[in-house]
Design a protein around this ligand. Structure first.
Ligand code: FAD
Length: 522
């Protein structure tokens, strides 16, 4: 059975036993990628249980450097999470709720550590929000069982998605593997179950002194965990990222407000233009859980006057934005149902036998933004500068990677996780599968982006290119899209901008051949 099914089943099987469990001395919420107080389902349930039982709420955050390695977490992301954790800790202090933190070297010991702490604190009820990656689901399943043996009620709930995975099925009772019908069913389901968008109540303040009591139990072991040396940013990178990406839930909500007030009405027409500041830039907050997608959708619908409370009515900008957020749910549903996508396998088995090039020099030039294709280079340098890149450009560079360079998409997927601040396994895997044509509901393999046409269409004035590729700043007009082919050869040479590393037409033919051959074998 799939890991999520095992977890769901385990929770169901233990339901009766759990009811008999007494209040204990405190209730615990275990924070993971849900670093906020507002509209947090697991935390909210923990808070209600604590209130009902008349005992204090305690929060914990446990991290293992091995998890960072297993997830290829970027330095930027580790830093963002820890900054957000600091904000969370201060907010919890305002509620007199203590936050226990620990760094566990060997991640296999996380479950026993958590269990040990619950026993030590006399906790009989613990809550968390489910993470859908395989190792995390297994960890939660183990904890449900271990806790029950120890007389502790551990509940893991769906929070990271609007509609829980395995809820939406096709007419034939199967998981959807195509986005459009899935999206229609997602909208219909939410309309029929409006509570899915309802705000979860915030936990109430602990009795005064609870924090002090438990802080004395924790001793001094509750500072924000330190960053492992191999995940530390240089101070220059850190201050640059700090200015692009202020952390924590308050910043997330302000960013959402600004987006809803200004940019969302034009989102449908502008979202593909990387040179304009037209998207929400909220992905890092959804990934770190400093904002729930449920909150964002509820607020967007409320701000969309003509929507009548519907997700697919009223302003086109809002409808489109919500449909983009839906992709996030879609890819998490795919991950939960087909966990093998976590294991470096293409979603489509028949694409497992494509012969990839393993060309280190090509890989290096792609990473450094020195391919000689201005739009590709601008995007790759945006990643180097901001640990983020516009969605259209992610598609362009991923297509260029897998099709023009015929590099193994899994290397590109890993590079993104290691460098993006918003790295999210499901969305990243889905995006790479889409672009390399190996994933769920992908581009057909014979649709190969022409970087020049993409550049002319989506960065028509070349603003984005000029912003990120300083060598091309002085090149005027259309030549910026292709300086060597459009009469700006001398300027490009003078500034040291490289010539195109491949010839697109020839590369395209080669890719078509390789994909066809791979399919023949697969
Ligand atoms: P907006 O345009 O404002 O969209 C709102 C939200 O919708 C986003 O914040 C995001 O949560 C969600 N969303 C939008 N587009 C997509 C999409 N195609 N798939 C899934 N969710 C989407 N997104 C990540 O969050 N983490 C990743 O690691 C990631 N890797 C990607 C890799 C590739 C190759 C591709 C093509 C896309 C990837 N995406 C990823 C999706 C998308 O590029 C980003 O979510 C988006 O660029 C974030 O910018 P924004 O917040 O301004 O988005």
């Amino acid at each position: 059975p799939r890991p999520l099914t095992i977890l769901d089943q385990t929770l169901k099987n233990t339901e009766n036993d759990r009811r008999k469990i007494a209040a204990g001395e405190c209730v615990v919420h275990w924070f993971k990628r849900d670093l906020r107080i507002t509209d947090n389902r697991g935390l909210s349930l923990a808070g209600s249980k604590a209130k009902e039982a008349g005992v204090p709420l305690i929060c914990m955050f446990v991290v293992s450097p091995q998890d960072y390695e297993a997830h290829c977490t970027s330095k930027a992301r580790v830093d963002f999470d820890l900054r957000s954790l600091q904000v969370l800790k201060e907010d919890l202090e305002g509620l007199d709720v203590p936050l226990y933190t620990a760094t566990i070297e060997d991640r296999k010991n996380i479950t026993s550590h958590i269990l040990g702490k619950c026993k030590e604190w006399g906790a009989k009820h613990m809550f968390c929000n489910i993470e859908y990656e395989v190792d995390e689901l297994r960890r939660e399943t183990t904890l449900v069982k271990k806790c029950l043996e120890a007389g502790i009620n551990f509940v893991a709930v769906h929070d990271d998605v609007v509609v829980p995975p395995e809820t939406l099925v096709t007419g034939a009772g199967k998981q959807y593997s195509v986005y459009s019908p899935w999206y229609r069913s997602w909208v219909k389901h939410i309309h029929a179950h409006p509570h899915l968008l309802a705000e979860c109540p915030a936990p109430v303040t602990n009795h005064s002194g609870a924090r002090q009591k438990f802080t004395s139990l924790f001793g001094d072991s509750n500072p924000i965990p330190s960053t492992p040396p191999n995940k530390s940013l240089s101070s220059e990178d850190r201050s640059r990222l700090l200015s692009y990406w202020p952390a924590g839930e308050h910043e997330a909500r302000e960013r959402l407000n600004r987006f809803l007030e200004t940019r969302i009405p034009k989102y449908k027409d502008t979202r593909n233009l990387p040179g304009e500041n037209s998207t929400s830039l909220l992905s890092v907050h959804f990934s770190a859980g400093t904002l729930a997608s449920r909150t964002a959708i509820r607020r967007a619908v409320a701000a969309n006057k003509g929507s009548n409370g519907k997700l697919d009515a009223g302003n086109q900008g809002t409808i489109t934005w919500i449909s983009e957020l839906a992709w996030r749910d879609f890819y998490k549903h795919v991950l939960a149902h087909w966990p093998y996508v976590c294991m470096s396998k293409p979603f489509k088995y028949e694409y497992a036998d494509i012969e990839w090039e393993y060309n280190d020099e090509h890989f290096r030039r792609w990473k450094q933004g020195k391919t000689g294709f201005p739009i590709v280079d601008a995007a790759m340098r945006q990643i180097l500068g901001m640990s983020y890149c516009h969605n259209r450009c992610r598609m362009i560079v991923a297509s260029f990677f897998a099709k023009d360079l015929l590099l193994d998409w899994r290397q590109g997927e890993k590079y993104f996780m290691e460098n993006l601040i918003d790295g999210d396994f499901a969305s990243n895997n889905g995006g790479w599968g889409f672009s390399a044509s190996t994933g769920v509901d992908p581009q057909p393999y014979f649709r190969i982006f022409n970087p020049l046409l993409q550049s002319e269409k989506f960065d028509a004035q070349g603003d984005y290119i000029r912003k990120w590729v300083p060598e091309l700043r002085s090149i005027e007009g259309k030549a910026v899209h292709d300086p060597y082919g459009r009469g700006a050869m001398k300027e490009a040479e003078r500034s040291g901008y490289p010539r195109p590393m491949v010839e697109h037409k020839g590369a395209r033919e080669k890719a078509l051949e390789r994909y066809k051959n791979g399919l023949g074998r697969g």
